[in-house]
Design a protein around this ligand. Structure first.
Ligand code: CU
Length: 472
């Protein structure tokens, strides 16, 4: 971490940054084709190269992709990826932009690059129908990391379908050298079906207008950089992330769990902030974050508006390999049982004095049970007994539940830890002992057994009492 800071401050000589007027006078002598990359990769650094005429050949493709397992979406893309191809330039370059709209596409498009000084950021000069190519040029004046996007009406819809990406303008002499660079861009998506609803999902204009996103993701889909696709690094390396936010609507609170950004180039501009936990990335904006990885492990990139991360997809991984450094992070040193009351598993603290009403019918029993369920069980097992994948097992159509009533009673009375298998899925969470009367346990279990396709058993207070007293 400190090495990077020292390096950055040594190189951060403010005198080298040219004024816009100076940049406009930088002469270009030769011509080159821009390297374009799909995320999470970026083209090679500009380094010390002189300003050139830089030809960018960008092809627009409308194509079906996968938002998440079983959910298809027709993305509109710059270069075949979401976000679109990364463009890397330097101050003084003269970019000759060729925008090609593939003949199989259905719609006209254009491009607005925030790095362009000129009307519409190029949009007015680049409007192009399927099967056509538009060309325009611009002089790159301001260093920084900029968003580009389609600006064809309805603009929101074109952006919502994935038409955005990043263009980097390096200062004279380039950015300080780092070991790894990656391209990460957030976007929010709006589908006719709810999150996870299978099949080909069309865009939902009303949800987009309401800013009610079904998916909030990095690099165009859920899990684009998790598991085998995770970003990678080695202990001791310095990492630079070019982070953009295409929106169309949501602002990102970008955070890497277990890391501190040594340097943030705020909003992608020239201001450097240091020692930052979470950086705000506006829709249509960007940031450059840099950090050294000091210890091995999996570091999780999130939008810290945290339900977006764990429920809508805004989660990626950086896997760091190498030697442990126990001086920086010990790992778990000890684990024991904490038992203030002498029990291995804690009870939910909630004084219970008033005995529960005794139900006069099965219908009433189920109604009372439902009330207890909504107070006690709902947060983990959810309204329809569906549970939370990977965390809390389902009660709906649960083979584990239906197989053994006594076991179900015992779990409510005593709590449960350790691995269990429910409907083929393994769960390893903690359920605390519930502070309920015999009558309440009987009612809540009767409610659960008579709901969501379960086996319709009736549980009585006597059955619960017997279990409480150590079995039959
Ligand atoms: Cu478009």
């Amino acid at each position: 971490m400190f090495a990077l800071l020292a390096f950055v401050s040594a190189c951060g000589d403010k005198k080298t940054e040219k004024s816009v007027e100076d940049s406009s006078k930088i002469a270009v002598y030769t011509e080159m084709e821009a390297e374009l990359t799909a995320p999470p990769n970026v083209p090679a650094p500009v380094g010390n190269r002189v300003a050139k005429k830089l030809k960018v050949n960008m092809e627009i493709l409308e194509e079906e992709g996968e938002m998440t397992d079983g959910v298809k979406y027709v993305y509109w893309t710059f270069g075949g990826s979401v976000p679109g191809s990364f463009i890397r330039t330097r101050v003084g370059d003269e970019v000759e932009f060729h925008l090609k709209n593939h003949p199989d596409n259905k719609l006209p498009h254009n491009i607005d690059l925030h790095a362009v000084t000129g009307p519409g950021g190029g949009a007015t000069s680049s409007f192009v129908a399927p099967g056509h190519e538009a060309q325009f040029s611009f002089k790159v004046l301001n260093p920084g990391l900029y968003v580009y996007h389609c600006a064809t009406a309805p603009v929101g819809m074109h952006i919502a379908n994935g038409m955005y990406g990043l263009i980097l303008v390096e200062p004279e002499g380039g950015l300080p050298k780092v070991d790894k660079e990656y391209y990460v861009m957030q976007g929010d998506f709006y589908t006719k079906g709810e999150n996870g609803e299978r099949g080909l999902q069309p865009f939902d204009m009303q949800k987009a207008v309401d800013e009610d996103a079904d998916y909030v993701v990095f690099n165009g889909k859920v899990g684009s950089m998790t598991g085998d696709n995770a970003l990678t690094a080695k202990v001791g390396e310095t990492i630079r992330l070019f982070v953009g936010n295409g929106g169309p609507n949501l602002v990102s609170s970008f955070h890497v769990i277990g890391e501190i950004f040594d340097v943030v180039r705020v909003e992608g501009g020239s201001l450097e902030n240091k020692n930052v936990q979470t950086t705000l990335i506006p829709a249509g904006g960007a940031a450059i974050v840099e950090f050294k990885v000091d210890v091995p492990g999996t570091f999780i990139l999130v939008d810290h508006s945290i339900f977006r991360a764990f429920n809508k997809g805004a989660l990626a991984m950086l896997k760091v390999e190498g030697e442990e450094n126990k001086g920086i992070y010990s790992g778990k040193e000890k684990e024991g049982i904490y038992h203030p009351e002498g029990g291995a598993i804690q009870t939910m603290p909630q004084g219970k004095k008033v005995p529960a009403e005794v139900a006069s019918s099965l219908k009433e029993k189920i109604a009372f049970g439902k009330t207890s369920y909504m107070q006690t069980c709902f947060a983990c097992h959810q309204a329809e007994g569906q549970g939370i994948p990977g965390a809390f097992p389902p009660l709906a159509k649960s083979d584990y539940l239906n197989a053994d009533v006594d076991r179900a009673i015992d779990i409510i009375l005593n709590g449960k830890t350790g691995e269990i298998k429910v409907n083929g899925q393994t769960y390893n969470s903690v359920m605390t002992r519930q502070n309920l009367t015999d009558e309440e346990v009987a009612n809540v279990l009767t409610y659960v057994y008579n709901s969501w396709g379960n086996s319709k058993k009736t549980v009585t207070a006597t059955m619960v009492k017997n279990r409480r007293n150590g079995g039959h």
